[in-house]
Write a protein that binds this ligand. Structure first.
Ligand code: FES
Length: 89
């Protein structure tokens, strides 16, 4: 199935919740489009953290994919991907 722009629709899960994205989107952009801006909680005070630089520099967007910590802003979504909030650099 393709979206309105002709790109394939990719389904993945974030914190157990189904999310539809477009092929080629990063996790960050797919979640942003879906309305999720908090990708993890600060380990210091629990404050919500999300995309800041959007180019792989700041590590604010860390999340886990299949047990590995990744940057959501540089990781492209795959169909069936399981994404969990948080992670350690
Ligand atoms: S938002 Fe800065 S590394 Fe992803």
């Amino acid at each position: 199935m393709n979206g309105a722009d002709g790109r394939a629709v990719v389904q993945f899960r974030f914190a157990g919740r189904p999310v539809a994205a477009r092929a080629g989107d990063t996790i960050a952009m797919a979640l942003w489009r879906d309305g999720a801006v908090a990708l993890r909680a600060s380990s210091r005070d629990g404050a919500p953290r999300g995309v800041f630089c959007n180019m792989g520099v700041c590590f604010e967007c860390l999340c886990r994919v299949d047990g590995a910590t990744v940057r959501a802003c540089t990781t492209v979504v795959r169909d069936g991907m399981q994404v969990e909030p948080g992670g350690r650099p």
